[in-house]
Design a protein. Structure first.
Length: 166
């Protein structure tokens, strides 16, 4: 697989969900290995790089979500043509882990064990939820809530609703 893969496409809107996406043509999906269990570093217009996952779109094509904050930062909107560069994401979780969560997991062996047993998508959800606030204290509070609730749930029965219960 020759990386990075560079191509041009458009910003599109998801018809069934809120938000926008960057299309990944079928031939690019093939170059990435032909499956959708791929995490990538996505660079748009040589200006902004972010971590993302490939989602099936149909007909062998895929897409990568791009949020409104990134669109605004790039000055893009629905229909805009963009140059995309995809590279492999070698990070453990496919996103940056907040230091507050890392520190909690270093101090809480059972929490770390239960976190490690979760599927990658649920691990990323916890990371994303903790990282979703600016305040360090709120990140600590969110990490404690999720990991403490996770430890109380039956193994294999972890749901986002239960982990978020106050």
């Amino acid at each position: 697989m020759q990386l990075p893969i560079i191509y041009k496409t458009h910003i599109n809107k998801l018809p069934h969900l809120p938000g926008h996406y960057i299309e990944v043509p079928a031939e690019v999906v093939e170059q990435l290995g032909g499956n959708f269990k791929v995490r990538v570093l996505c660079t748009v217009n040589n200006k902004l790089t972010f971590q993302g996952g490939l989602v099936a779109l149909g007909g062998g094509a895929g897409y990568i979500n791009i949020n409104n904050a990134r669109l605004k930062k790039l000055g893009l909107q629905d229909g805009t043509e963009v140059q995309v560069s995809l590279d492999s994401d070698e990070s453990e979780f496919g996103m940056e882990v907040p230091e507050e969560l890392t520190e909690l997991l270093n101090q809480d062996e059972e929490g770390k064990r239960r976190f490690a047993l979760l599927p990658p998508g649920k691990q990323r959800y916890i990371i994303y939820y903790v990282a979703g606030v600016k305040s360090s204290q709120l990140r600590i509070d969110r990490a404690l809530l999720l990991i403490n609730n996770l430890k109380q749930l039956p193994l294999g029965k972890e749901s986002f609703r239960e982990m978020l219960a106050k």
